[in-house]
Design a protein around this ligand. Structure first.
Ligand code: FES
Length: 153
């Protein structure tokens, strides 16, 4: 009762699910589809831990209603690399120690993968500005910037 049937396209696969129409995309990914790589930090659009791609743009999935995303192509952290090979941005985060506790990392990486295709300037300050929606409580910012720059160069 109180749920609606929808179909979501996530990481190239269609999922027919029954959800509460008030459910966020973040909660639906995590709790209905069990794709728990996408993290919930603030649940209010302020930390970026929940970043996913919606039609190739980065969004905070905690601010999107799942029921509105029926014709969208959604990509999560589970969908950017493979089981055997990491995405180049994942490799760069490993190489440059772009994390400490790792909680913000999937959001940082999803944001960074989208950001490198956006028309930002080339300096470290530009990367910090472009990535300012992704908060890292451990303060790993210098290494995150180094990882992103390694992929851009
Ligand atoms: Fe979505 Fe923090 S959990 S921005």
């Amino acid at each position: 009762p109180g749920t609606v049937p929808i179909t979501l396209r996530v990481n190239g696969q269609s999922h027919a699910v029954q959800i509460d129409p008030r459910a966020t995309l973040l909660d639906t990914l995590r709790e209905t589809l069990h794709l728990t790589g996408t993290k919930k930090g603030c649940d209010h659009g302020q930390c970026g831990a929940c970043t996913v791609h919606l039609n190739e743009r980065r969004i905070n999935s905690c601010l999107a209603l799942a029921v509105m995303q029926q014709n969208a192509e959604i990509i999560t952290i589970e969908g950017i690399g493979g089981l055997e090979t990491l995405h180049p941005m994942q490799d760069a985060f490993v190489e440059h120690d772009g994390f400490q506790c790792g909680y913000c990392t999937s959001g940082q990486i999803m944001s960074a993968v989208a950001m490198v295709k956006e028309p930002w300037g080339k300096t470290d300050a530009d990367v910090r500005e472009a990535m300012s929606g992704n908060i890292c409580r451990c303060g790993a910012y210098p290494n995150i910037v180094a990882a992103v720059q390694a992929v851009r160069r």
